[in-house]
Design a protein around this ligand. Structure first.
Ligand SMILES: [Zn+2]
Ligand SMILES: [Zn+2]
Length: 257
């Protein structure tokens, strides 16, 4: 059996705080996940590095990103080309389909972050072509500070003909895996089959607490603004400890803002 977290942000998101190799190393040494997706906000900037490094960490990476549609956030997976932000959910889903990709509704109906409404998801699923592409919904999102939102999502997720998954929505190393899902098998193809057959089972993590935001995320975000991120000093040698190091240049930061 396999575990996947397909909702992880890296330094390539304006609000992410960890390098790609730090994320891979954390997952390989601190979690039982074997498949991940780096889903940065409206960018695929970190995907190729993640795909390239993953075998060194005995991990598998699904290329993707989190697109800001005008209706709310959606995870776009198995995509090689970026889809523009600001389109409707339906248009975004169809463009993902053109690339042979799949979509998962991220943190639906969540407060405090632009989220898809259940009614928009239902309308989009009326389109038969879209329904073959929008195939999953986060029944648990580890990044919701207002965790009261999760029981509602959990309840409503089962109403839709969609695979229910969990995602950490981690913007901080220690949140990775705090929201994931189980699937039969351990390969990317088996994961895809599980999503298409609605057999995924969400796994709840501890969720993002106010204390974690104050003591961990805000300091990490401020360090990020100063050019420091959680960094793996030896991306090719995952046994080494993760260090906080200044990014080689400010390029990655400026590109992601
Ligand atoms: Zn989001
Ligand atoms: Zn996210």
């Amino acid at each position: 059996m396999g575990y996947a977290d397909l909702h992880i942000h890296s330094l390539h998101s304006f609000d992410g705080t960890a390098s790609i190799s730090a994320i891979l190393k954390y997952i390989s040494t601190r979690t039982d996940l074997n498949i991940l997706a780096i889903t940065d906000h409206d960018t695929l900037a970190g995907v190729s590095e993640a795909v390239e490094l993953a075998p060194k960490y005995d991990l598998q990476v699904i290329p993707g990103c989190e697109v800001s549609t005008r209706d709310g956030h959606v995870l776009c997976l198995f995509v090689d080309h970026l889809i523009a932000s600001g389109l409707s959910l339906l248009e975004t889903v169809m463009r993902v389909g053109d690339q042979g990709g799949l979509c998962i509704a991220a943190h639906p109906q969540a407060k405090g972050v632009k989220s898809l409404r259940f009614s928009t998801i239902a309308e989009t699923l009326q389109n038969k072509d879209a329904a073959r592409i929008l195939v999953g919904i986060e029944a648990f999102n580890g990044g919701l500070i207002i965790t009261r939102g999760n029981p509602l999502i959990q309840k409503m997720a089962g109403v839709f003909p969609l695979a229910q998954v969990g995602g950490s929505d981690a913007h901080l190393l220690k949140m990775i895996g705090q929201g994931s899902f189980w699937f039969e098998g351990n390969t990317i193809q088996e994961l895809k089959n599980a999503i298409l057959n609605y057999t995924t089972i969400p796994r709840h993590g501890h969720g993002l607490s106010t204390a974690t935001v104050v003591t961990s995320y805000i300091p990490a975000f401020l360090l990020k603004l100063m050019g420091w991120v959680s960094w793996n000093a030896a991306p090719d040698a995952p046994i080494r400890l993760t260090n906080w190091m200044k990014v080689r240049t400010m390029k990655a930061i400026t590109e992601s803002i």
